[in-house]
Design a protein around this ligand. Structure first.
Ligand code: ARG
Length: 466
């Protein structure tokens, strides 16, 4: 079937044909295109718009193509796109009758429908992978509810926490990434078929029927919108970009934590490389590549949004250029998700080191200030000042946090307020102990093993309910 035989007399310039062809990235919508054609043809038959025997011949040829696979198609760039390649196949099989399947249908509504059908499946599979990752993080958190970790703000020691608590920060971020995809899915799951080129058709088609046959939840209410909107792609790619940003942050932490300076964990050999000259090296190349590849997502999102910006209604061929960026974003995030999951769950945790860090650099002294407030009923700002001074002089005099006692604290207190505090040494020791710090933070969302276990349970239930 030569589309150009009517209006155009010359064949397209070869380079221009190659330049404008979408065949390469249309391969992904091959199956969906057949399904879309079968649904449309079935509906045309049921509504009496085309003859039963013609429809049956068309559907039979389409089913044959389905079993033969994409290799059965002529994918020469001059064919333009997958829709023409499929139609050509049917024409070769059954002759001119094939032309009936294009009644009341345009490639404009067809491509929008195909993209939505495939993207729905991709989102479902990505959603499953996110839940799997969350589940594995929860297993790991369960094993580390008592593993003291050091929490940072400004990448400076802040307060002790547990590895489980930190892992739950990942799990909750992933939950939101999951929810964003789930939400985007609703707007992907709308059927544009029947919009035809842009204004629907004068044939009495049944859009409800194709919506049902293709398994869409609803049909689009405006045909101009149907053929020209790609915000469903933009928002899905945003959700995936955000997901990859979460994953990239995890990679960044694995890179930092596996350094000799931190030595909180070791990345498994399976996810490490070495140097061609320095025999001692163990490098976190996988995490680095993943961190860099998350940047691709931002590029794809930006490209898509920029193509969409200021396009006049309705269909413009520019829309075709969104497709390869969509697939790249889907593939890139899927790969990253699975690699980061496997890399994270196979790390070897060095429990000693974060505990040492939590013990050695005054990360527990917020609790000393809190203790002063609780025991002596002083305003927090006064307690903050006393403890700040206490840390400065401890550092100056080389006193370790574990050596601080009430006597030392009172020298500072007298200097700041003119009065001693006379705190109980036992209480002070407890306030300065990282694990006691952790246990005391029993607030919802906090780091105590009890609080952490509640959230693990909540997330387990959430995953089960999906
Ligand atoms: N390959 C096109 C795309 O991906 C299909 C629609 C072509 N429509 C047209 N009027 N040229 O958008």
């Amino acid at each position: 079937m030569n589309l150009r035989a009517g209006r155009l007399s010359k064949k397209m310039n070869d380079e221009a044909a190659y330049y404008t062809s979408s065949l390469e990235f249309d391969k992904r919508i091959f199956q969906a295109d057949i399904d879309c054609n079968i649904a449309h043809t079935t509906m045309l038959k049921e509504e009496g718009i085309i003859l039963k025997e013609d429809a049956e011949k068309i559907v039979q040829a389409l089913n044959e193509l389905k079993s033969e696979g994409i290799e059965a198609l002529d994918l020469d760039p001059s064919v333009e796109d997958i829709h023409m390649a499929v139609e050509n196949y049917v024409t070769n099989k059954i002759g001119e009758t094939a032309g009936f399947m294009h009644t009341a249908k345009s490639r404009n509504d067809q491509v929008a429908t195909d993209l939505r059908l495939v993207l729905k499946e991709e989102i479902e599979s990505l959603k499953k992978d996110i839940l799997k990752f969350m589940d594995k993080i929860l297993d790991m958190a369960e094993d580390h509810a008592d593993t003291v970790w050091i929490g940072y703000t400004h990448l400076q020691h802040a307060q002790p926490t547990t590895l489980a608590h930190h892992l739950l920060a990942y799990a909750n971020a992933l939950k939101r990434d999951y929810q964003r995809l789930k939400d985007a899915y609703k707007r992907v799951d709308m059927n544009p078929l029947g919009s035809a080129a842009l204004t629907t058709t004068s044939f009495p088609i049944n859009r409800r029927r194709t919506t049902q046959l293709l398994g869409f939840s609803s049909m689009m209410d405006n045909s101009i919108d149907g053929v020209s909107s790609r915000d469903f792609i933009a928002e899905t790619v945003f959700a995936l970009t955000m997901l990859c940003s979460t994953l990239s942050k995890i990679c960044e932490e694995l890179i930092i934590w596996s350094t000799h300076e931190f030595a909180f964990l070791e990345i498994s050999d399976e996810f490490s490389s070495t140097s061609s000259i320095m025999p001692q090296k163990k490098n976190p190349d996988v995490a680095e590549i993943a961190r860099a590849k998350s940047a691709i997502m931002q590029g794809e999102l930006n490209t898509i949004l920029t193509i969409l910006k200021a396009l006049p209604y309705s269909y413009n061929r520019d829309l075709q250029e969104i497709t390869p960026h969509l697939w790249n974003a889907v593939d890139n995030s899927k790969e990253m998700l699975n690699i980061v999951c496997d890399m994270l769950i196979t790390v070897k945790i060095n429990k000693k080191r974060p505990l040492e860090q939590a013990n050695s650099n005054f990360s527990t002294v917020t609790d000393v200030a809190d203790l002063i407030v609780k025991e002596k009923n002083l305003p927090f700002r006064v307690a903050h000042k006393i403890v700040g001074r206490m840390v400065t002089s401890a550092i100056k005099e080389g006193i370790k946090p574990s050596d601080i006692d009430s006597e030392f604290l009172d020298i500072i207190s007298k200097d700041v307020t003119g009065k001693s505090l006379n705190l109980d040494d036992e209480m002070l020791k407890k306030a300065l102990d990282p694990y006691e710090n952790v246990k005391m933070r029993n607030v919802w969302g906090g780091c105590s093993p009890e609080a952490v276990n509640k959230i693990i349970h909540k997330l387990r239930v959430y995953i089960k309910d999906q």
